[in-house]
Write a protein that binds this ligand. Sequence first.
Ligand SMILES: NC(=O)c1ccc[n+]([C@@H]2O[C@H](COP(=O)([O-])OP(=O)(O)OC[C@H]3O[C@@H](n4cnc5c(N)ncnc54)[C@H](OP(=O)(O)O)[C@@H]3O)[C@@H](O)[C@H]2O)c1
Length: 327
Amino acid sequence: MPKKIIFAQLGGPEVLEYVDYELPKTVPDKNVRIKQTSIGLNYIDTYFRRGIYPAPTPLPICPGLEAAGEVISLGSGVNNINVGDRVCYAAPPLGAYCEIRDFPVDKIVKIPKGLSNDEAASIFLQGMTVEYLFTRLHKIKKDQYVLFHAAAGGVGLIACQWAKHIGCNLIGTVGSNKKVELAKKNGCTHAINYNTENVVERVNKITDGEGVPVVYDGVGKNTFQISLDCLSLRGLFVSFGQSSGMVPDVNLHKTFNPKSLYYTRPTLMHYNATREELNNSAGALFDLVKKGAITPNLSKTYSLEESSSAHSDLELRKTVGSIVLNP
Ligand SMILES: NC(=O)c1ccc[n+]([C@@H]2O[C@H](COP(=O)([O-])OP(=O)(O)OC[C@H]3O[C@@H](n4cnc5c(N)ncnc54)[C@H](OP(=O)(O)O)[C@@H]3O)[C@@H](O)[C@H]2O)c1
């Protein structure tokens, strides 16, 4: 019998259970059945597990939004994918933490030659996130400064590489000196340890007191005020996650009026809402991987059974780069 991870109650990493399950006899229409070899671990998986984002009800559910593997059978109405194709996805419905899965073909992308399944699962969701953050939500420019929090994480290291490719000066914040070095190695122009340094002072010094025109903040609660203080007049606050906790309610006038700031709270699924957007986003990412501008930073793999340890390490800030679970 195949195995999957479920959670039957919300809570810490310990609520994840490794269980047997049965597959439906037939693959649903316009779905493909994938034998998954590599499952991408993303911070969002912990938000669903804790109930920070509402998980689909009723529980138990199988978590996960990203995986790569081989197509082993097709539902009716599938024309452009064949048995044996290597494919990946980064989209709902939840349920990626399993060995074999049926998934809608319209959200599946073929993995290019030269990229392993593990590498694809490590980079697909996080890389397309950087694609929309840097090229569509706001176009970062050569010689411009941008501030990016948690620059040595999964999304963060890809952001460092992407910014370097464009020639943009990414100022990255990180939680340790080891992460400072790693961010720099990946193209971060100035890496600041926010546990030991004053980020606002450093950013002011780097930008001659002007501040940055855009902040990408995936840390949330602990960096919210720092982000506001680092923005220039008419700057853009991109709040794309909250690894340290939800940003508390704010007074709109007091928060954004003093510098006429813009604020947005985007999500990948809304930027890759159409098949065309998904194709373009995946294409742009894979193109940079092929050119060598972006290299997957798969720092550790865990077995699927070890999902609870993987979640724990991610939430305790022990990880760098991207993490993959192997069924
Ligand atoms: N909106 C979107 O479309 C979208 C898509 C993908 C990801 N995201 C968001 O992007 C962010 C990064 O995701 P990721 O999967 O690449 O995770 P990650 O950056 O690999 O891990 C989270 C990092 O946040 C930092 N952090 C700071 N304070 C923390 C705290 N109190 N607890 C835990 N971590 C803390 C840690 O780095 P340091 O030790 O260096 O501080 C940690 O390594 C997350 O907020 C995620 O939800 C958003």
